[in-house]
Design a protein around this ligand. Structure first.
Ligand code: NAP
Ligand code: F7E
Length: 323
């Protein structure tokens, strides 16, 4: 029998890769799309799957629309990926970030509880919940200390997921995913900002790259690997929480060095530090411990940072070259 999934945030980086994975597995895929004045489906087109999705109009801030989407799609699996996901913007739009990324989770869980209690639920939690880290390597037992309105909103979403699992017995899992990137990453995030600039500088369309705190360290993986982990979580008999990471951390500075070196350039000749890109509170370092995911899900990242940045630089060189 064909399985059905509903994905919120299907137009985002992860939503697009997850939709592709589920379609390849034979799922009927429904996607919640918020009403926007301009086109948001470019990633689905890029992956060649735009025409294979059943679109449900709705917004995570609007409980009625979530209920309608759930009733209409009757999904066995629901992946809640929708959010205002850019940490930097969360200080400018703290309320929207909280409503969509925090309370919006309850809208989905309530719809499941009322209309499809047997559906399995995935919540897109984040390493940003660890913020000011309380352990050198963060795992499922590390205490949280979020450092941005985004991190605080996601912490609410995480705990309400745990709470509905414990209160109502829902099959609700939370994936605590560390940074994951791809050629489909938004241009505001640091890896893509850098690989896009590298392509432009190499092709003579830009000369410098203005950056914030390049001493920050992140545990970066490939988004294509991470959506596989989301799916695996919902195939387990018991719902649970899992850290998904590579177990390697790198400074933004070294990621820049790597990206510029892909085209034979030295980052120091082009990067300019600009205070406007510093944050009111920084997450200095993140380093995940994915041992539980390896043990229980059989999940492992397959892409190194070198391969990932190389893939992103190549894609940006191709795209910028055709502009
Ligand atoms: P993304 O590219 O920014 O995509 C976010 C998605 O959320 C978009 O489809 C967006 O729709 C949708 N959305 C925004 N506001 C909405 C609303 N009010 N109602 C319904 N949908 C709304 O993010 P991503 O990188 O794919 O991340 C997916 C999820 O994982 C997010 O929840 C993010 O916070 C979380 N996460 C990401 C990472 C990472 O490193 N990528 C790590 C941990 C957790 P539009 O296209 O219409 O704007
Ligand atoms: O910043 C530093 C910045 O914006 C990474 C989201 O997907 O991952 C992402 O959040 C680091 C930070 O991602 C610039 O200060 C320096 O320390 O790429 P980012 P993020 O904030 O880590 C988590 C796991 C999520 O859940 C989020 O949704 O890079 N940095 N200079 C810069 N960052 C940006 N964006 N731009 C700069 O110029």
């Amino acid at each position: 029998m064909t399985r059905t999934a509903l994905i919120t945030g299907i137009t985002g980086q992860d939503g697009a890769y997850l939709a592709k994975l589920l379609l390849e597995k034979g799922y009927e895929v429904h996607g919640l799309v918020a009403r926007r004045s301009s086109d948001t489906r470019w990633r689905l087109r890029e992956l060649g799957i735009e025409g294979q999705i059943r679109y449900q109009e709705g917004d995570l801030a609007d409980a009625c629309s979530i209920q309608r989407a759930v009733i209409k799609s009757k999904p066995q699996e629901i992946y809640n990926l929708g959010a205002q996901s850019f940490v930097g913007s969360s200080w400018d739009q703290p309320v929207t970030t909280g409503i969509v990324g925090g309370l919006g989770v309850t809208h989905v869980l309530e719809a499941i509880r009322q209309f499809c209690p047997d559906s399995r639920f995935y919540q897109a939690s984040t390493s940003e919940m660890f913020g000011l880290i309380q352990a050198e390597r963060q795992d499922e037992n590390t205490p949280f200390y979020p450092r941005s309105p985004y991190g605080v909103a996601k912490l609410y979403g995480h705990w309400i997921t745990v709470n509905y699992r414990e209160s109502f017995g829902l099959h609700a899992s939370s994936g605590i995913l560390f940074n994951h990137e791809s050629p489909l990453r938004g241009l505001e995030f640091v890896t893509r900002k850098v690989t896009d600039a590298v392509a432009r500088i190499k092709l003579g369309k830009q000369h410098e790259l203005r950056m914030g705190n390049i001493d920050a360290k992140r545990d970066w993986g490939f988004a294509g690997d991470y959506v596989e982990a989301m799916w695996l979580m919902l195939q387990q008999d018991r719902a649970d929480d899992y850290v998904i990471a590579t177990g390697v951390t790198t400074t933004v500075r070294d990621m820049c060095r790597l990206a510029f070196s892909c085209v034979g350039l030295n980052y120091e000749d082009h990067v300019v530090i600009d205070p406007q890109f510093f944050r009111p509170a920084e997450v200095d370092v993140l380093l995940g411990n994915p041992d539980k995911a390896a043990r229980q899900l059989g999940w492992k990242p397959s892409t190194s940072l070198d391969q990932l940045i190389g893939m992103m630089v190549d894609a940006d060189l191709f795209r910028v070259g055709r502009e």
